[in-house]
Write a protein that binds this ligand. Sequence first.
Ligand SMILES: Cc1ncc(COP(=O)(O)O)c(C=O)c1O
Length: 451
Amino acid sequence: MRTGQDLLVEEYVKNRTESRQLHEQAARLFPANGATHSARVMDPFRPYITHAKGSRKWDVDGNEYIDYVMGHGTLILGHSHPAIVNALEKQVAKGLLYGDNHQLVVEWATLIQQMMPVAERVEFCTCGQEANMMGIWLSRVFTGRKKVLRMDENFHGWGEELVRKDLPGVSAENVDVIPFNDVEAAETALATGEYAILMTEGGGAHMAGQVPIFDELLYALPDLTRKYGTIWLIDEVVTGFRDAPGGWQSLKGVKPDLTTVGKCVGGGLPVGAVLGRADIMDALSPRAPKDRRISHSGTWNANAAVAAAGLAACKVYRDGAPQEAARAQGNYLRQRCNEVFKARGIKGRLYGRTIMHVYFGPIEFESEDVSMAPTRDVKKITDPTFGPVRDRLVFHLLNRGVSLLTAIGSGYFVMSSAHTKEDVDETVGAFEASLDAMLAEGSIPDALLGG
Ligand SMILES: Cc1ncc(COP(=O)(O)O)c(C=O)c1O
């Protein structure tokens, strides 16, 4: 007898014959089972997309999706926002990469500086992790120390000093990772006086706070890092301009020494930037003493095409209206989906601000704070036991035309200002149908029922 699980795969594949063919070709080219990013790995395969507009995207087989991947969190204005398309169209005709200085980049950085007061100076590079690597160099040169302090679960990219230390071959002996949300561990480490930099993700770990950062830690860090002479960097690659024009730090009222941004700042084109204190960033000046100077090359730095898109996007972000719109639809989605969970007695919840994190596990409290998971326990939030349940929900939703951003065991609804109430109502319908199908096929374990 075929199980419900087999039938889902069968139905999904039946409606995606062209995608399947492309996947078979791709699997011979790209080693990650045909995928080009770890978040695009899925069994049997993710659909192959032909075009996207606003909140929607379409695949080669003509299937339509409400898109919650939103360019890995980049597209808070939705796909192909007219202001960005116009700016790019004009710029393409005028040249993509001058390999020289140009006016757009000055305007763009000025706007960034106006939105984020932390940006006394701005340095552009190609992506978020490059910005983080530059942050490490700047803090080393400034402090004369070598070591990097990171928090468990916090993600900053895949480069040597940013990656998980247990990966085979990692030789980042100058990196230490301490438990997240542990003020005592942070103070003990910082008090050694060995660290050039402490890095934390804006909003908490994984896509703006799947594992939220607690106020006890957040508000201890400015004094602790100052006291022990360590540079504090907030990685706002996801939250920068997504949470607010002033970034997540403006919502929390903190001011780190350095901030990195990426994703939204480029309006959908690849970019990263370090923003921060002039005295730290002066190491990039040709007038800095030779032993305290960093020379920064990078073919694509601040190229004209990205600057055109980024400037156009930042002009739209400036008044905070798109962020508010994304938050409003996120609130509505969270509230409706949580009603669905509760009505079925399923121990699951959505939480988050403009990115909704899907949680399965014990519901230890219902918080007024929309950023909070139903538990403070990191192990429960990231419990691999329930990862397959999230994966299954993501697959059911995809089969019903709702596309989430995934990482193994995680699912994220990335909201944008292009999502409408109708999109959310349709999503909730698919969410209900998916959970009902999961109850029927028995893919929700007993431990998650009776809540
Ligand atoms: C918090 C955070 N920092 C850094 C990065 C790396 O950015 P990029 O992929 O642009 O290099 C990411 C990517 O998702 C991220 O989520």
